[in-house]
Design a protein around this ligand. Structure first.
Ligand code: F6P
Length: 592
């Protein structure tokens, strides 16, 4: 065999060994279901597989079984990946929404943790990595609580990372956040039949604010090679801006909302600019493969690029970006549940608070008041149930928790009014002395309060018209350590790809949802347990640390490849076995 042949064989064996180790590692944790795999790439798994093996070895050294390692993707696992595979890497998170908001109140300063899936997912990660989180400082007392560099150490009382606040003018916030992000991109990306509004002035503000955040990333970076986790549709231009100033940074962008098909996407007047901006990322993540495919199709249609579908890679302007699905999740709430009253006590206190009789079933909805969440459709399902099965009138209450959100925008004002009007109508039509079928609480609730509500509920309705993932669905099952309760879940929420034992519904079909409600109301405790148990297992195994860990492992792989490329003076190439082979070829040339 020639030297080249031996090397090639060696590479193939290693790649396949790495691949199998990684596949075994993840497939055991999948146990009984076919869950979307945690990012298994067709080739070049060496770094990822080695990191996985290291974690397993570590657990075995401590006398723990491999199974224990698999169910425990934890802050420790992340710290290990960082220490072993990305030594000295500074983790910088960028999002619009900050994890802690300080607001002025009559009696002092109030601390608020916003109702945001993004925040609940990223907060534990940033804590684990002791990173820096850059976000818009929107609280009325935010300026009073930072140091001279606009930084504040958080979480308050037990600080483990730095929050760096960015200040925006009224006009900037209006144009970038309310305007382009929430009246343009938000309805563009969600199929909820709300027309996107595009204004040139909003676009200008969006660009200017993205630049402001890029300046802040550069200012916060301790060296040329940070790992920057860019969050969401507020920052489509930021990845390229960072890339231009910090070419050695690893930029991982996560798009928390769906990506539309290329026909829908084509209506955006700045469609090419947005794609170019995002392709400054090293990795772009979506919740589902479907949305990742839509993104790739949009690039294919609007940019001159090279797409390696088998490698899930796009090369554009001399740089390669991986496009993958990483289903987001939650931190398993063991500590939180330990602090809460048990399920019976939660039920009792909630029933007392809302004056519910013992024989009344409680159905809950928990979300921001947003037109993508299908709140009106849920009310309609309740009405369908009452019409077809009137015996349930007086026996079921829907508690709707709706955190105020984007309330100055016309579409949100309209939704707010329609929800209140419809709830009132239902209460008049079907209510009676001491009984209101719909209780709508349009207020912010803390995480503890929300979990108490989940634990008191017989049914949780997640009826999004369209949703990237939806973490309420995962939180609900995580909250139910009694293995009781029924989840009704929209087929248009990413979570429906994972929580297969939920009652999957089409929110556009009120009759079907009414029947699903009946099925939930009459489900035996045994069936509830049979459904709840595997869903809990799924969320527990695929927690938010695994989500972040998958991306960091991919980042480590890219960094190592980049380092080899730099050392051998080779240009950027898409990943894949061809590239691994050519990398060895180039190395030989460089050495000879
Ligand atoms: O769902 C998309 C998203 O950005 C989430 O990631 C986040 O939970 C939510 O919207 C928050 O919206 P806002 O910050 O506008 O209140």
């Amino acid at each position: 065999m020639t030297d080249y042949g031996a090397d090639l064989l060696w590479v193939l064996i290693l790649a396949s060994l790495g691949f199998s180790a990684f596949a075994v590692f993840f497939s055991i944790s999948r146990q009984r279901r076919s869950h979307p795999p945690a990012v298994i790439h067709p080739a070049g798994e060496d770094v990822a597989a080695e990191a996985a093996r290291k974690v397993i070895r570590e657990f075995e050294k401590n006398g723990q079984s491999v199974d224990a390692a698999l169910v425990t993707w934890s802050p420790e696992t992340l710290r290990k990946i960082l220490a072993d595979d990305l030594p000295d890497a500074q983790v910088i998170v960028v999002s619009n929404r900050e994890p802690y908001i300080h607001n002025s109140k009559d009696d002092g300063i109030e601390l608020l943790v916003p109702a945001s899936g993004l925040v609940s997912a990223l907060e534990p990660i940033t804590r684990a990595c002791a990173g820096t989180w850059i976000a818009y400082g929107g609280g009325t007392a935010d300026r009073l609580t930072v140091d001279k560099d606009d930084r504040v150490q958080v979480p308050p009382g037990n600080p483990s990372y730095t929050l760096r606040r960015v200040w925006l003018t009224e006009e900037e916030h209006q144009g970038y956040y309310l305007g382009f992000a929430n009246e343009g991109l938000w309805p563009l990306c969600h199929i909820a039949f709300t027309r996107p509004i595009f204004r040139a002035s909003d676009w200008e503000a969006y660009e200017a604010v993205n630049r402001k955040f890029a300046d802040t990333v550069v200012a916060e970076a301790r060296n040329e090679r940070p790992i920057v986790l860019v969050q969401d549709y507020h920052f489509a231009l930021l990845p390229r801006m960072i890339r231009e100033r910090l070419p050695e940074a690893i930029v991982i962008t996560f798009w928390h909302i769906p990506w539309p098909n290329s026909e829908v996407y084509s209506i955006c007047p700045w469609r090419e600019r947005i794609l170019e901006g995002l392709l400054g990322s090293s990795i772009i993540g979506f919740h589902t493969q479907f949305h990742a495919n839509n993104f790739t199709e949009s690039v294919d249609r609007f940019l001159e690029s090279r797409i390696e579908r088998a490698d899930a890679a796009i090369s554009y302007g001399g740089q390669t970006t991986l496009v993958h699905a990483y289903p987001i999740s939650i931190e398993w709430p063991a500590e939180l549940l330990a602090k809460l009253p048990d399920v019976d006590a939660s039920r009792a206190s909630l029933r007392e608070r809302f004056g519910l009789k013992a024989d009344v079933k409680l159905c809950v909805g928990v979300e921001r008041l947003d037109y993508t969440k299908g709140i009106l459709d849920r009310f309609q399902a309740l009405e369908e149930l009452f019409i077809k099965h009137p015996e349930w009138v007086g026996k079921l209450v829907l508690l709707q928790i709706a955190a105020p959100s984007r309330g100055t925008l016309p579409a949100y004002k309209q939704l707010h009014d329609e929800c209140h009007r419809y709830a009132e109508e239902l209460n008049q039509r079907y209510g009676s002395e001491g009984y209101r079928p719909v209780v709508m609480v349009a207020e912010h609730h803390s995480q503890e309060q929300v979990y108490e509500i989940y634990r008191a509920a017989d049914i949780c309705m997640v009826t999004s018209l369209h949703d990237g993932m939806n973490l309420v669905a995962k939180e609900f099952v995580a909250a139910r350590d009694d293995e009781q309760g029924v989840l009704l879940l929209s087929t248009f929420a990413g979570a429906s790809r994972e929580l297969l034992e939920a009652l999957i519904v089409n929110p556009y079909d009120p009759a079907m949802m009414g029947e699903a409600l009946l099925q939930a109301l009459t489900m035996t405790p045994d069936e509830q347990r049979q459904r709840m148990r595997p869903m809990r297992e799924m969320v527990r195994n695929n927690n938010v640390y695994r989500w972040a860990g998958s991306m960091l492992l991919d980042a480590a792989r890219l960094r190592k490849r980049g380092d080899v490329d730099r050392a051998t003076g080779t240009a950027d190439r898409p990943p894949g076995i061809d590239n691994v082979v050519s990398m060895f070829e180039r190395k030989r040339v460089a050495m000879s």
